[in-house]
Design a protein around this ligand. Structure first.
Ligand code: CO
Length: 279
């Protein structure tokens, strides 16, 4: 069984999105930094309210899934279907935007640390216009796994060791792991051979095979049946893997379709107010 190595390691870059929220973007820093089916990964991490208070007021999504994972802090979401919910420290939300949703994601705090991630996962053509769907995952539903040798994981989606993540029914069969490695920890994570995978380090440093992946860096992995991760002095990372879709990707902001005609249709429908009905 081939063990995965790193193909490319790159640094996240500072960007601003929503109403002036300061973010670190890695996957999705331009079309060359996507990894099918992953379109984007943003990390938000600040103790200064001014970096995040603007939040993400009402905005649309069509054609993919948005995944929010909170490490620390509170975000409230509200959407065009009348859903409202509060994401708290350690919780997650997997939103399948499908044909269209208009929602807001706003910090529910004036100050203090807000630390979390947003991941965008593409949908295949056949699923892009499905009805929108939410999976709100409370922190207690996320299995905490002791993987031995100083490695601990929170499993948001997929299977690992004797754990099953709470997110269900996602066609790209994602594995979403928040992996904490103590000093001198090591772990081997089995991965489906055909899945694309990457690691994003957000504390300390981890080693994947021979290569160090440091804080705020993403590493795209080669194919193979497992990834071996080590840490010298401690580190924490997200490990993401999913089945590639292999279709053309045409993105315009929060719309991700297969053709520019479909993008034009989404923008026209948004202007005309027929967007959430699939116009
Ligand atoms: Co959104």
């Amino acid at each position: 069984m081939a063990t995965r190595s790193t193909i490319r390691i790159f640094s996240a870059a500072a960007v601003s999105d929503g109403a002036g929220v300061k973010l670190k973007r890695s996957i999705g820093l331009g079309p060359d930094n996507r990894l099918d089916p992953f379109l984007l990964l943003d990390e938000m991490d600040s103790e200064e309210g001014s970096d995040y208070l603007g939040g993400f007021p009402m905005h649309p999504h069509r054609g993919f899934e948005t995944v929010t994972y909170m490490i620390e802090g509170k975000m409230r979401h509200e959407d065009s279907m009348g859903n409202s919910g509060l994401l708290v420290s350690g919780g997650a939300q997997w939103m399948t935007a499908g044909r269209g949703i208009i929602h807001s994601e706003m910090p529910e705090q004036e100050g203090g640390r807000l630390h979390g991630f947003q991941l965008w996962v593409n949908l295949p053509a056949a699923d892009k216009m499905q009805a929108p769907r939410y999976q709100d995952i409370e922190p207690a539903r996320i299995p905490e796994l002791d993987l031995g040798s100083g490695a601990h994981a929170r499993l948001i989606a997929g299977q690992l060791a004797d754990g099953v993540g709470p997110v269900e029914g996602i066609g790209t069969q994602p594995l979403f792991v928040d992996l904490s490695l103590a000093e001198n920890a090591h772990v081997e994570i089995p991965l489906p051979e055909s899945h694309n995978a990457f690691v994003y380090c957000f504390e300390g440093a981890v080693r994947v095979g021979e290569d160090y992946v440091r804080d705020d860096h993403a590493a795209i992995l080669s194919s193979g049946g497992a990834a071996r991760l080590h840490s010298d002095s401690g580190g924490r990372c997200l490990l993401l893997a999913a089945k590639p879709i292999g279709e053309p990707v045409v993105q315009h902001g929060p719309f991700v379709m297969n053709t520019s005609e479909e993008i034009d249709r989404a923008m026209a429908a948004y202007r005309e107010g027929t967007f959430v009905d699939g116009g």
